[in-house]
Each structure stands twice: as C-alpha cells, then as structure tokens.
Design a protein around this ligand. Structure first.
Ligand code: LIP
Length: 259
C-alpha cells in the first residue's frame, strides 16, 4: 500500500505550507481597524496562497488523486486529499498563534493519512491508518483519564449552528464536572487529544477539512472516534467526538446527538 509514501509527502508539504503561513503571520498588517477589514483581506489572501501551495505539491506527487480544500473546493472522489490550509482563522486574524495546517487523505470513505502542522509551536502531528500516531516523530497516546470530573475538554463552536445549542452542551459538560475550553482551532485541539494534552474534543458540527486528520490521530493514539464521515459527512460535515475511551459514554450523553 502506498500509504507510507503519502504520509511522508503530506508531512513535508504540511511543514512547507505551515512555514509559509508563519512568515505571513509574522508580517501581517497591524492596523487596529475596528472591523478588521484589512486583516480579514490579508487572512483570505494567505489562506488561498497556502491552499494553492498544498494543492500544487500534492497534485504533482499524486496526479491521480482528487483534492478538496476549504478555500477553493474541488472534487470528492474515492481517493481525495481533504485540506484546511489555515485552521484557526479567527486566531490568525487577531494575532493569536494557535492555528495550523490540516491535511487528510481519504480513500473510499476512510481516512488513511492525517497530518497537522502547527507552525508557531513547530509541532508536527502525523498518522497513517494501522501505523500509530506521532508528535515530532515520537509515539502519541490519548490521556487514559477515567474520571470526567478531572477532565479538560475542548468544546468547539462556530456560527454554523444556533448558539443556544452550544450553550446547552457546555452547560451539560459543566454539570458532569468537566473542565472545558474553546481555543478556536478544532484541528489543533483534536491533535492535542491524540497527544494526551486534552481528554476530548466535541462539536455539534464540524466540516470534513477541519476534522478528518485530527480524528485519525486520535484513533491511532488509542482513542474513541465518532463515525465522522458516515452518511454524507465528507461533503456536509457532521457532529464530532474524539476522546480518551473511558469518557465516551458520558460525552455521548452530554452531546445528545449520535456520535
Ligand atoms: C475552526 C474549526 C472548528 C471551530 C473553530 C474554527 P476555521 O475552523 O476547526 O469547527 O470550532 O472555532 O471555526 O474556520 O478556523 O478554519
């Protein structure tokens, strides 16, 4: 299987793209405009340039694979690269260094390769199905925590769903004694679950480009992952849960949706 080649190319491309994004981040406009119009335009331009770099590199290496990016779209075939060039866009916009490049390869509805590179932290998370997950080349494992009252959980949110649904999920999390955070980059949070730095990531809706790489990291690090690509998940996204196994039952009840 050519998974090993895809993994090594994806790692190299993620790092190159991340360093490009880091350079842009360090040279971003510092206008304190109230509406962040200037920063938003700069972010959009950077997002597109990073995605173009990734698309060019992957299509040169694997011309028979399809490519689908958050910015430019693409085609969703049974062998496709799913890419978020900059996850954590709100952070990037405000000068918060918590953002990353997320690259996944999905074959016949299953993620086979997942790579996330956080350039400001210079951390490369990588996994190939059946071959484990690594952080900068060292094996990763989920936390193994068993008591929800000692947990730290990232509850992702975006304006794709009504705010009250998010508030209710957070209320339920606090009701069972969990600590929660929202860092603004779902992909980095998923990677941190795989690294054992967080105990779970949950969100009522996430897009495929944000989640496929990070979920494979968690699965290969021994965690529970929801059937994120079930139904029409690749095209429409889905609710998402990735966690250390002992917290699965309570978190599925907290989320109140099929995960
Ligand atoms: C991010 C997603 C996630 C959400 C984050 C953020 P983006 O996407 O990874 O679904 O919880 O707040 O929206 O827009 O930064 O690439």
């Amino acid at each position: 299987m050519d998974t090993g080649l895809r993994l090594s190319v994806a790692c190299a491309v993620a790092r190159e793209a991340g360093l490009f994004a880091r350079k842009a981040f360090r040279n971003r406009p510092r206008t304190l405009s109230i509406d962040f119009k200037g920063e938003q335009d700069f972010l959009s331009a950077t997002d597109s340039e990073v995605e173009r770099l990734i698309r060019t590199r992957l299509q040169a290496a694997f011309p028979d694979d399809a490519f689908f990016g958050e910015e430019g779209g693409g085609e969703l075939t049974d062998r496709v690269w799913i890419v978020d060039p900059i996850d954590g866009t709100a952070n990037f916009l405000r000068g918060n260094p918590e953002f990353c490049v997320s690259i996944g390869f999905v074959r016949e509805g299953r993620t086979e390769v997942g790579v996330i590179y956080a350039p400001m932290q210079d951390e490369l998370y990588a996994a190939a199905r059946g071959h484990g997950a690594t952080l900068d080349g060292e094996p990763m494992r989920v936390s193994g925590l068993t008591d929800i009252r000692q947990s730290t959980i990232e509850a992702g949110w975006s304006t794709r769903l009504p705010l009250p649904r998010y508030v209710e999920m957070v209320r339920r999390l606090t009701e069972v004694g969990a600590g929660f955070r929202r860092g603004g980059s779902g992909a980095i949070a998923l990677a941190n679950v795989a690294a054992g730095r967080l105990d779970a990531y949950c969100e009522l809706h996430m897009n495929a480009w944000d989640g496929v790489a990070g979920l494979l990291l968690i699965e290969e690090a021994g965690g529970y992952v929801s059937d994120f690509l079930g139904g029409n998940g690749l095209r429409e996204g889905n609710p998402i849960l990735g966690c250390t196994p002992a917290l699965t039952k309570v978190l599925r009840e907290v989320m109140g949706v099929e995960v």
